[in-house]
Design a protein around this ligand. Structure first.
Ligand code: B16
Ligand code: MG
Length: 213
């Protein structure tokens, strides 16, 4: 049914949420701004700048200039990148690695569709540098999820029509992006939050039943 699968990165292929949280928390503490896990949950799949805006909500965020916001976003990214250095091939689960290999062995094209500008570095860290047939990430888009751009670019890079691509997402913004792009989507994680997805994966390898049927 599908010729390609486009995977979100953070929250699907690997988990960098804790590092995002630590980095934003360090920045918020420095600015004496309240930040907790609940706010962090709202940042999933959302771009760096939009994330900063969410954190600044009700905290005089509107009083900051664009270049001040740029500086803060960069500060967070510097802390985050340092934390990413702790990642290694052990941060890729056996189940994810094996599922990817089976799909690829069956001739399915595999791509990344991530909001992150650090996607390339993260993939290298977990041993998947050069693995995917195409990478569409925060560096080649102008509009972040829930805009479909990142997934449409992935299907273009793969040269496979979007109707033949399945998107795998862990965040509501990503499911909305897939739907907006007219693509089928499988959600992994909180079923309530991802209820608009066409499929729900209890485990990553449930994908095999959907794609290889
Ligand atoms: P960066 P995904 C997203 O990745 C993360 O879920 C989100 O929390 C983050 O703000 C965004 O990437 C931007 O990341 O600061 O590294 O450019 O889930 O779309 O793979
Ligand atoms: Mg994600």
């Amino acid at each position: 049914k599908y010729k390609a699968v486009i995977f979100d990165l953070d929250g699907v292929i690997c988990h960098t949420d804790a590092y995002h949280y630590q980095a934003w928390k360090a920045l918020a503490d420095r600015m004496d701004i309240y930040f907790d896990e609940t706010i962090n949950n709202r940042l999933r799949g959302v771009s760096r700048m939009k994330s900063l805006e969410i954190i600044l909500e009700g905290n005089m965020g509107a009083a900051l200039t664009d270049s001040e916001k740029q500086y803060l976003a960069e500060e967070k990214n510097n802390i985050y990148k340092k934390l990413l250095e702790n990642m290694g091939p052990g941060d890729l689960s056996n189940q994810v690695r094996q599922t990817l290999n089976i799909l690829r062995g069956a001739g399915i094209k595999l791509a990344i569709g991530s909001s992150s500008k650090n996607a390339g570095f993260i993939l290298k860290q977990i041993g998947l540098g050069g693995y995917f047939d195409a990478i569409s990430d925060g560096n080649n888009i102008t509009r972040s999820k829930p805009d479909p751009e990142v997934f449409l670019m992935a299907s273009e890079y793969l040269n496979i029509p979007k109707e033949d691509c399945l998107v795998v997402e862990d965040a509501a913004a990503g499911v909305d992006a897939a739907i907006a792009g007219g693509m089928d989507c499988a959600g992994i994680g909180d079923e309530m939050e991802l209820k608009l997805a066409d499929y729900h994966l209890k485990n990553f390898n449930d994908l095999l039943g959907i794609v290889l049927m």
